[in-house]
Design a protein around this ligand. Structure first.
Ligand code: MG
Length: 403
């Protein structure tokens, strides 16, 4: 793998698996981890979990699985350009949403609110770690998928930092250090993927109009002028798509270039590992010290980022989506349904643990009831939780009944 940058994660330097395993003859450990994720039940469930739109809109819209595949595809492209470890990036991208409960962000909010009533909280990254460490049962020798340290670390740290003081159970994941660029990349790509995809699905669902997007998003308006001149007679939907692919391409290119520039600007960590010296760019290329993975890890901030100008475009797009799509009154009834289904089922199983499946009843002997109920609900697909709701709470739901 000579194309790897000096700061990339090298699979042969992996800190390894919790339970040592013999090497595979032709798949490296990160490739095996990627394959384990794809073959997991949690990965298959992504297909029946809401991203933004539930199935009642259309089968053409993204669900969490197709969103995940888009994130993996974009991440691989960027990783290859930056000389990062593409296998690790792919494994992390494919795992990045497996901890999400049913019903998208509304479901996550409702589950978190229920947990807080019992003095806990819900965090999808922590839940994803529990899935790969404990809930997936595929191997006779151990629980979980026995993934490498780097994949587990990335699952936890890809989108946020965890304070060592508050999360002693995560101490093995070197919380005082940044994750490698392979993990940092996932969060950035996730944003680019869903910002553009949600404009697409929102337009297709007729919740966003071309005029509205053009008026509110300068980046869209700029590319629309170009696209209209090129394809004057094309249907509006195709003009819309032509703009979206230009936006995504600009953002991805900027992310690659800006990240590369940021990494090159940090210089090397001095031997005492606290002070950073800037590389003298006037010096000869060959005499510049190489930036190592350790420099990325010990740098005080994350380095995968858009340039300030493009970050503004992305932020405007995200704010536009919040104001006009995610909080749209049209999607409100579904959010209320999500909240009602999760809240009522949570309450029911807390009051009647005997109605939980036998395996979960057993778990309540060694774990707090709320944690067990939360794990059970978080693992469900939209389809399965609706069935449970009808079984235990009786009435068919409003949103699904409207069709
Ligand atoms: Mg995502």
């Amino acid at each position: 793998m000579s194309s790897l940058a000096s700061y990339a994660v090298r699979v042969e330097q992996s800190r390894g698996r919790r339970y040592p395993e013999p090497a595979h003859p032709y798949r490296n450990d990160f490739q095996r981890d990627r394959d384990r994720i794809i073959h997991s039940r949690a990965f298959r469930r992504l297909e029946a979990k809401t991203q933004v739109f539930t199935r009642r809109y259309s089968d053409h819209f993204r669900n969490r699985l197709t969103h995940t595949i888009e994130v993996a595809q974009i991440s691989r492209t960027i990783a290859a350009q930056l000389g990062l470890n593409v296998d690790l990036v792919e494994a992390l991208a494919l795992a990045h949403d497996i901890g999400h409960p049913p019903f998208g962000h509304a479901g996550e909010k409702a589950l978190d609110a229920m947990m807080r009533q019992y003095g806990f909280f819900f965090d999808h990254n922590l839940h994803a770690l529990r899935i790969v460490e404990d809930f997936e049962l595929r191997y006779a020798a151990h629980r979980g998928l026995n993934l490498t340290f780097e994949v587990r670390e990335g699952i936890i740290k890809h989108s946020r930092d965890y304070e060592a003081r508050r999360f002693p159970e995560l101490s093995e994941y070197v919380l005082d250090q940044r994750p490698p660029l392979e993990a940092q990349l996932i969060d950035a790509t996730d944003e680019l993927a869903y910002d553009t995809a949600d404009l697409d699905d929102g337009y297709e669902a007729r919740l966003l109009s071309l005029e509205q997007v053009q008026a509110k998003l300068p980046v869209f308006a700029e590319f629309f002028t170009e696209v209209e001149a090129l394809y004057r007679d094309a249907p509006k939907k195709l003009q819309f798509n032509e703009v979206l692919r230009r936006i995504l391409d600009r953002w991805v290119t900027d992310l690659i270039e800006n990240t590369r520039a940021q990494v090159e600007s940090i210089g090397r960590v001095e031997p005492d590992r606290r002070v950073y010296s800037r590389v003298n760019h006037a010096g000869e290329e060959s005499r510049r010290p190489k930036i190592e993975l350790e420099d990325i890890r010990r740098y005080p901030k994350r380095l995968v980022a858009l340039s300030p100008a493009v970050e503004t475009e992305r932020r405007q797009t995200k704010e536009f989506l919040y104001g006009n799509l995610y909080y749209s009154s049209v999607l409100q009834p579904e959010k209320e349904d999500a909240e009602r289904v999760i809240t009522e089922l949570f309450d029911l199983w807390m009051k009647h643990p005997e109605k939980l499946p036998a395996g979960y009843q057993e778990k309540t002997k060694s774990e707090p009831g709320a944690r067990v109920v939360c794990d059970y609900i978080a693992g469900m697909t939209d389809t399965y939780i609706r069935e449970q709701y009808e079984k235990f709470c009786g009435q068919p739901e409003r949103a699904s009944a409207r069709n």
